[in-house]
Write a protein that binds this ligand. Structure first.
Ligand SMILES: Nc1ncnc2c1ncn2[C@@H]1O[C@H](COP(=O)(O)OP(=O)(O)O)[C@@H](O)[C@H]1O
Ligand SMILES: [Mg+2]
Length: 312
């Protein structure tokens, strides 16, 4: 298997802050590779190192066959980055924004003219192509920003939280766009703190927390690790007794694990949970409020490992 990215012990420290703390990553060529983690986990810092924006504190990284230590300029031509912070030029039109980037990459007008309009069409921006981008909504600017990252048809594209803050409709457009790009054999790195996005789009993903990889695999591998069970989540009135309540559920053979979560909730992993809620009520013996039952999600993988939610 060929890899677009291979890192070993990759680190970035900002003074005492260990933003990225020893990441070993292998991203196969052609994959859409997810990086899922809560705010502050080190996703953007990782992307910035891999796209030559930040220099690593330590460790090794090979990107498209080039060592980051001396990849520099040649690498920049082959990669595209859609940063987490919007970078569009407000006094240029949508079309001009893309043309500008194309020119920076040294593309000829013949190459980028048609491609630009094709891209604008895919993001539902063609009818606004001649409007100044400062008149755009946040979602439109974000969609434009995504296009600016791909105009030079990079082999490797980094999308850093491309759908954060988007309305569901724009999010769908961006997802479809990203999927379409993958169909062209590009390798894509997508960071997100949205578990549905990671689940839906990733061929494989890493879950990171405090600068470290805490889980790695395909979405179904990761969810499969929690077993076949359902997730049952509920509130209790006296959260200080949660450990004891969870202990009581362990007498039931269909309960696989339980965790306190948030201020007053409990999460249980149970086989055939929906049918057996009454048995749980019988052993817990206190009121279970706001009960919900769902299939495993990637967030439950995160909860299982860390005892926290992805989003606080
Ligand atoms: N330039 C910087 N200087 C100091 N600390 C930083 C800098 N950039 C990021 N950090 C810190 O590094 C950690 C990881 O940040 P980041 O990579 O942005 O996380 P994520 O993208 O997963 O939200 C955070 O604690 C953040 O505050
Ligand atoms: Mg970030």
């Amino acid at each position: 298997m060929e890899f677009a990215i291979e890192t070993c012990g990759l680190k970035k420290y900002f003074g005492k802050i260990q933003a990225v703390d020893g990441i070993d990553l292998k991203v196969p060529k052609g994959y859409l590779y997810g990086v899922l983690g809560p705010n502050g986990a080190g996703k953007s810092t990782t992307i910035k190192m891999l796209s030559t924006v930040l220099y690593p504190t330590d460790g090794k990284a090979i990107v498209l066959g080039m060592d980051l230590k001396n990849g520099g300029r040649t690498l920049k031509q082959k990669i595209g980055v859609c940063p987490q912070e919007l970078v569009v030029y407000p006094r240029l039109t949508a079309r001009e924004n893309i043309h500008l980037i194309a020119q920076m990459y040294g593309l000829s007008k013949n190459d980028y003219k048609e491609r630009t309009d094709d891209l604008l069409g895919k993001m539902n921006l063609l009818d606004r192509a001649n409007d100044l981008s400062k008149t755009f909504s946040g979602g439109m600017k974000r969609r434009l920003n995504v296009l600016m990252a791909v105009i030079h048809e990079p082999e490797l594209i980094f999308f850093d939280e491309p759908t954060a803050g988007l309305d569901p409709q724009s999010r769908r457009v961006v997802w479809d766009f990203i999927k379409g790009f993958q169909a062209k054999d590009s390798t894509i790195i997508l960071t997100t703190h949205n578990m549905e996005e990671a689940d839906d789009l990733s061929d494989e993903l890493v879950v990171i927390d405090y600068g470290k990889i805490i889980a790695q695999g395909t979405p179904s591998d990761l969810k499969g690790r929690l077993g076949e069970g359902d997730i049952i989540e509920f509130k209790v009135n006296n959260p200080e007794f949660r450990a004891e309540l969870i202990e009581r559920t362990k007498t039931l053979d269909f309960i696989r694990w339980g965790k306190p979560i948030g201020k007053q909730r409990i999460v249980l992993n149970a086989l055939d949970g929906l049918r057996r809620i009454s048995e749980i009520m019988d052993v817990i013996k206190v009121e279970m409020r706001d009960i919900s039952v769902r299939e495993n999600t990637l967030e439950d993988v995160f909860i299982d490992i860390t005892g926290r939610r992805l989003r606080n």
